[in-house]
Design a protein. Structure first.
Length: 361
């Protein structure tokens, strides 16, 4: 006598609540209550709950997200709008976002925006409709024009800017505090001639270029020391010499000064590596002859030299952005005060107290 057919083998389409109800001989309401977690509230017997859940697993039942979104008025997903122009998206920031989103039982969708300067306001609204998103993270680092921000507000789009210094609805690292932190540390261990090394201004500078430099300058002036800003060229390939790097040559000029700095604060890894290369060429030891602090997500050891690093705390930026966006989704008409995440100094092996030269007797 043939056995009872396996429902997983006989079905012709995706399993539904009606499929499960028909297979078990139960009402659709009973199955719905069980699958929605309301079985105990509806006084459905435990054995019935077990039967429903077993068959749902056997059939590979998946809840209808669209129907659930209609009932709840929410999609349960948020979108990350990432510029195709190559905006900075470090792995630590993405990790902070995804872990915080998962903890809230939400889903993350990633999309690219063609050119937010030209059609950003329409694209954000379009992305929310097409991606069925309750809110968006905007990874756009350039200056955001006021009309564009106003339009997002008018459309009641819950949006939070990542790593972008805005007055409202933004979470970003406290780069001004980071510049103060790095410089105060070097001053505290006895350095007086401290240079700040960065690359020539870019066409679309990030706010960190202003704030890190300003924090450095504030700390130097507070200590009664003159700031020393040294620029590396953007166009670093030198004509007629394929082996020369203009950034290293610029760093060499700094370290060849009669009153050369005993310590350097570097804007980021590129500038730090130019200083390291120049120091090696001049026979200067790090940290014995020259201390070095850079800005980065974490201590970088790709050159086998763990550099003292002011971390921009990107994981915490991501986590803070999720908290803010959840609040924005609940209250889309209320601008959220921007949040600056404090930076911290990670100690590597490139700094030591300044040694006072011994005088000949």
């Amino acid at each position: 006598m043939p056995g009872k057919p396996n429902p997983a083998e006989t079905r012709t389409g995706p399993p539904t609540i009606a499929t499960i109800a028909a297979h078990l001989g139960l009402s659709r309401a009973t199955v719905t209550h069980v699958l929605n977690g309301r079985a105990t509230e509806q006084r459905i017997r435990p054995e019935t709950q077990t039967r429903v859940l077993d068959v749902a697993r056997e059939l590979g039942y998946r809840p209808n997200a669209s129907a659930r979104a209609v009932r709840a008025g929410r999609f349960g997903s948020v979108a990350l709008i990432q510029s195709q122009l190559g905006e900075y998206l470090p792995s630590e920031l993405l990790y902070g976002l995804t872990t915080a989103i998962a903890a809230r039982n939400l889903q993350l969708v990633l999309t690219h925006v063609p050119n937010v300067d030209a059609n950003g306001e329409s694209y954000v609204a379009h992305a929310m409709r097409e991606l069925s998103a309750d809110g968006v993270f905007v990874n756009r680092h350039g200056f955001a024009p006021a009309p564009w921000l106003d339009r997002i507000q008018e459309l009641r789009i819950p949006a939070v800017f990542l790593n972008s210094k805005q007055e409202h609805d933004a979470v970003y690292p406290d780069e001004l505090g980071g510049g103060l932190l790095a410089t105060d540390y070097l001053l505290r261990i006895g350095h007086e001639r401290i240079a700040y090394v960065e690359t020539e201004p870019r066409r679309r500078p990030h706010y960190s270029e202003y704030d890190r430099r300003a924090g450095y300058a504030q700390a130097m002036k507070a200590a009664g020391r003159a700031p020393l800003l040294h620029l590396l060229p953007i166009e670093w390939q030198m004509q007629g010499d394929s082996g020369a790097d203009g950034r290293v040559q610029a760093a060499l000029r700094l370290l060849k000064e009669p009153e050369r700095p005993t310590a350097v604060v570097a804007y980021e890894l590129t500038e730090a590596m130019a200083v390291v290369r120049a120091a090696i060429e001049l026979g200067l030891r790090i940290p014995e002859d020259l201390s070095l602090v850079q800005f980065h997500n974490r201590i970088d050891q790709r050159c086998f030299l763990p550099i003292h690093t002011v971390s921009n705390m990107m994981r915490e930026v991501g986590e803070g952005a999720v908290d803010m966006l959840v609040e924005k989704i609940a209250n889309p008409d209320v601008p959220a005060p921007a949040k600056a995440i404090p930076e911290v100094l990670l100690e590597g092996a490139t700094c030591m107290p300044r040694r006072t030269p011994t005088r000949a007797k």
